[in-house]
Design a protein around this ligand. Sequence first.
Ligand code: HEC
Ligand code: HEC
Length: 137
Amino acid sequence: MYDGGKIITGIVIGLVLLTFPIWYTHGTPPPRPEVKLPEKEKKCVQPGAYMKLKHMQLLDLWRDSTVRAAKRSYVATDGRKYEMSLQNTCMSPECHAKKTEFCDRCHDYTGVDPYCWDCHIPPKEEPKKEKPEENVH
Ligand code: HEC
Ligand code: HEC
């Protein structure tokens, strides 16, 4: 025997749960995070739009060429040369020295948690005045 009342109640509860994310946020996603771009160096290794999409692949490539092929020099599409280094190039004082205001803001927003800084030393930022550690391997 079917119990129509229970089935309808079930469908209604199901629909409410399914559409919860839409009506709970009134259909608008949370505001985009504000990331702080470097003040000194205005040009990234590759154009911003490319970096937004591909920085993970680029970093993987840098890591693999350095660690596996002992190749440390990167020539960008516009001919400029860089040392392939997360700490010494990407996160140097002229560039993304503020991890918390750049990388972290976007990663927190998108729910990404790269494990790179389990080993690599993040740049020292002002508010944290802890033990002075050398920024080298
Ligand atoms: C504009 C937003 C944004 C900024 C700024 C940003 N990231 Fe990311 N990053 C992402 C997103 C989104 C992903 C996840 C992409 C995916 O999973 O396909 C990601 C993934 C990564 C990954 C790969 C993680 C993994 O486990 O595969 C690395 C490494 C990384 N980011 C490094 C950095 C570094 C270093 C910085 C700062 C110098 C930075 N990102 C700044 C958005 C950003
Ligand atoms: C288990 C420790 C460990 C983790 C985790 C790790 N690395 Fe490394 N990484 C190293 C070591 C060791 C080297 C070799 C250092 C050298 O030869 O200069 C290296 C070298 C690199 C290099 C080239 C050298 C340099 O100065 O940066 C890049 C780029 C790099 N890693 C990126 C990453 C990224 C991106 C992640 C996260 C997705 C990551 N690494 C996670 C240990 C680690």
